[in-house]
Design a protein. Structure first.
Ligand SMILES: Nc1ncnc2c1ncn2[C@@H]1O[C@H](COP(=O)(O)OP(=O)(O)O)[C@@H](O)[C@H]1O
Ligand SMILES: [Mg+2]
Length: 492
């Protein structure tokens, strides 16, 4: 409800309220105007012959002289019969010659004769209005008839219908009863219309508001893209913002899905290829071993080769299994305190034989510092094994590998640096992807699964650590990752 007066609802309500008021007042004005016209038309039509009857009662002008007494009689007679009527005698030019109204109330000496001629010619529908001698800027309906002097037209009898007294009366009525009633009615109607419109809008916009709210929450929580703050824009802008955020998100996810799908296809073809090669050659050597004619020498070498392929198969299966467990989140690190310096020594020791065979020197950190960390020792050992294994594998004979530990604030940074073949700019962003094996010389391609670094990255992610890599082609590569140091007791 707190957003009821904001946004779309408020706009609709305001627009309709304004509209209702405008239409209401226009209607009122129109009604008033047409009522007046209607009254005028009826009155003029009813009294159209009035002037004729009066004019024919007795001659009003005789030999050019106005019969004032007759006018006065007429005036009092007419006033008694119909008090809203005012009688004037005018000449053919419109000059007022005589009148039957109280003196000193005239403000005109002339009235226009054109409306009189129009009325007499009955060319125009009623109401026809003419000048009121007692008011400067008001048109009145009237009745008129020519007044003859002998056989010539000497002027007109000009009868104002609804003159001053009528006007005063209607004005007082207007300010009092009917108009006030209809005004009140109009206001009540408008209020009623507005109130019902508000209710209808509230009902109509309520699902929209709910939807916008839900969408907005969805956008904030799920899409994490706060394009709109809660008090900005209306429901529709929310919806469209959320819609575009959703569309963007769907596109991203679709791309991700396609990428995953591509990787999966690749994975299947890689795995089947990787498994098939060692398996079929193992099979081949085993078949040869079954021949009765082989020498002891051949037998020994076949067994060795078959064993190597078997190892590779085992390695591949182990790594695949490891990675899928890491991916499925089925590995919960078993945190414990241990010395990273010691672990590094141990792992380096494991590789010493291979290093000697390749004539590669592995330098371990000299310092007596223990670098106690809290982590899963088994998993960190896997990380170090994979990185040192890579360094050995991708470094030519006679190279050097430098393992280092350095403290930075409350972290220790582990470095594995080699003088190997390095990585191309193209490979660098991808090496942590599973099955990515780079474009390297063929002699470095055997025994490669492309899973080692993917495993490393997942394990470090579990430890909230991020691995970084720097490499120069044919110069060497350096991998680094930090781990938090735990408070060290010298006794340990
Ligand atoms: N120290 C390194 N020097 C050069 N290239 C490396 C190094 N470590 C990894 N790479 C490249 O990254 C790729 C991925 O490594 P990894 O995930 O361990 O898979 P694998 O070693 O089985 O190929 C390797 O194939 C190699 O091209
Ligand atoms: Mg590897």
């Amino acid at each position: 409800m707190n957003r009821l007066f904001a946004g779309l609802y408020a706009r609709l309500a305001l627009a309709f309220a304004t509209l209702f008021f405008i239409v209401g007042f226009a209607f009122l004005a129109l009604t008033n105007w047409s009522n007046n016209r209607y009254y005028q038309e009826i009155t003029q039509n009813m009294n159209k012959s009035l002037a004729m009857y009066i004019a024919q009662r007795e001659p009003l002008i005789h030999n050019g002289i106005v019969n004032d007494r007759a006018m006065k009689d007429l005036g009092s007679l007419v006033m008694v019969v119909n008090p809203i009527v005012e009688v004037y005698l005018i000449d053919t030019q419109g000059k007022i010659l005589s009148y039957a109204v109280p003196k000193n109330t005239l403000v005109r000496t002339h009235v226009a004769t054109k409306p009189i001629q129009t009325l007499l010619s009955s060319k125009q529908p009623y109401p026809i209005t003419g000048d009121d001698p007692r008011a400067l800027n008001s048109d009145r309906i009237f009745s008129a008839f020519p007044v003859t002097d002998g056989s010539t037209t000497a002027g007109y009898l000009y009868v104002i219908l609804g003159g001053q007294s009528y006007q005063t009366l209607t004005q007082s009525i207007r300010s009092s009863y009917i108009v006030q009633q209809s005004l009140a009615g109009l206001v009540a109607l408008t209020l009623f219309a507005i109130a019902s419109a508000l209710l209808i809008f509230a009902a109509l916009t309520s699902p929209l508001r709910k939807l916008a709210k839900a969408m907005n929450e969805f956008q904030l929580n799920e899409l994490k893209s706060p394009t709109l703050k809660p008090n900005e824009g209306d429901e529709i802008s929310y919806l469209s913002a959320t819609f575009s955020a959703m569309r963007q998100r769907i596109n991203e996810q679709l791309e991700k899905l396609q990428e995953t799908d591509r990787l999966r296809r690749e994975l299947i073809s890689n795995v089947s290829h990787d498994l098939r090669t060692p398996m079929s050659s193992m099979q081949g050597y085993l078949e040869m071993l079954m021949r009765p004619s082989i020498t002891a020498q051949e037998r020994k070498s076949y067994i060795e080769i078959a064993y190597k392929h078997c190892n590779r198969l085992t390695q591949l299966v182990i790594e695949l299994f490891e990675l899928s467990k890491l991916d499925a989140g089925r590995i919960n690190p078993n945190y414990e305190n241990f010395s990273l310096a010691e672990l590094l020594q141990d792992v380096a020791q494991k590789f010493s034989l291979t290093a000697k065979q390749k004539n590669i020197y592995i330098a371990t950190p000299e310092s007596s510092h223990l670098f106690m960390v809290n982590a899963d020792i088994g998993l960190i050992e896997r990380v170090l094994e994979n990185l040192i294994d890579n360094a050995l594998r991708y470094t030519p004979k006679g190279g050097k590998i430098k393992l280092s530990l350095s403290q930075q604030k409350n972290q220790v940074e582990v470095g594995i640096q080699d003088t190997g073949i390095g990585l191309t700019e193209d490979d660098l962003p991808h090496i942590f992807e599973r099955y990515y094996r780079g474009q390297k010389p063929t002699e470095y391609q055997q025994q490669s699964t492309g899973l080692g670094l993917a495993i490393v990255k997942r394990i470090l992610e579990l430890h909230n650590s991020v691995i970084s890599v720097e490499s120069q082609l044919n110069r060497g590569t350096c991998f680094k990752f930090p781990l938090p140091i735990v408070q060290q007791h010298k006794a340990a």
